[in-house]
Design a protein around this ligand. Structure first.
Ligand code: 13P
Length: 287
């Protein structure tokens, strides 16, 4: 059964480790992440962006697929199904479809409007026992056509949003979705420290987990990050493994064109990436 992300993140914050949010793109992705979480005995959050939701034939299809897998694959570790960077309307659609967690990304609204909409959604999620993530300070890079500049959040605004009763808070600390550019300045630990001092026990979320050096990940966890989002890195490992299979001409030999064979190396590559991240984040055996 899907669970809210609340308990797993509060435990992670108290225990100084982070739970990975791995974005899913199709059936192979979902199965790879769930099986790895079970093998690692780790809690996990499946992230779905609005674009990925559309791609996978809608939120209800995803809820059906994930619930089916939890049962058929005998997944017993805590799993949350979470809308990533949701719009106001998207949050309501996911709540209705059976997601166990949503992110309302109101970072592009003026702070007063972000507060008002977040407050309303917090009340709805609380009533239904779902977790809700809010964002202050936009995350850099491009996701589903939305481009952010990688701002650093204002700690006072973070406190304002945290006080609305959200479950977890994403604060921009110079992080970027996708690959980091050569001249990236790194995470702003000064901002993270100030945000944590203002928000106390609130589990903080680090977006753009791909390509952040290990030492920075560890430091971020020590400063209150309890959820780390990874998307691009699984896509890169999937693509590299698939490319290798095709370049070796394996799709042309025997029944190598069968999708169950063609997609197998990519599937294994996602599993390896997820395992590596769970070890780095410290969530192994925390289920
Ligand atoms: P990356 O694609 O950089 O790993 O970021 C994922 C993310 O933050 C999803 O919200």
């Amino acid at each position: 059964m899907l669970v809210s992300a609340k308990e797993m993140l509060q435990k992670a914050k108290a225990g100084k480790y982070a739970v990975g949010q791995f974005n899913i793109n199709n059936l192979e992705w979902t199965k790879a992440v769930l099986l790895t979480a079970q093998e690692m005995n780790s809690p996990v959050i499946l992230g779905v962006s609005e674009g990925a939701g559309k791609y996978m034939a809608g939120y209800k299809t995803i809820v059906g697929m994930v619930n089916g897998m939890l049962e058929e694959l005998k997944i017993t570790v805590p799993v949350a199904l979470h809308l990533d960077h949701g719009s106001y309307e998207g949050c309501y659609k996911c709540i209705e479809a059976g997601f166990s967690s949503v992110m309302f990304d109101g970072s592009h609204y003026p702070i007063a409007e972000n507060v008002e909409k977040t407050k309303e959604l917090v009340a709805v999620c609380n009533e239904k026992g779902l977790s809700i993530e809010a964002e202050v300070g936009s995350i850099g890079g491009e996701e589903d056509g939305v481009v952010g500049a990688g701002e650093c959040a204002d700690p006072a605004e973070c406190k304002m949003i945290a006080d609305l009763g959200v479950t977890m808070l994403a604060a921009g600390i110079g992080n970027i979705h996708g690959k980091y550019p050569e001249n990236w300045k790194g995470l702003s630990f000064e901002t993270l420290d100030a945000v944590q001092q203002k928000t106390g026990d609130m589990p903080l979320v680090l977006h753009g987990g791909t390509g952040i050096p290990e030492e920075m990940i560890k430091k971020a966890i020590s400063l209150g990050v309890a959820k780390i989002n990874v998307n691009t890195e699984c896509q890169l490992s999937f693509a590299a493994a698939t490319r290798e299979y095709i370049e070796a001409g394996k799709d042309l030999s025997g029944k190598g064109f069968d999708p169950r064979k063609l997609l197998a190396p990519g599937f294994e590559a996602i599993k390896a990436t997820v395992k590596e991240k769970m070890e780095l984040f410290g969530s192994v055996n925390k289920a």
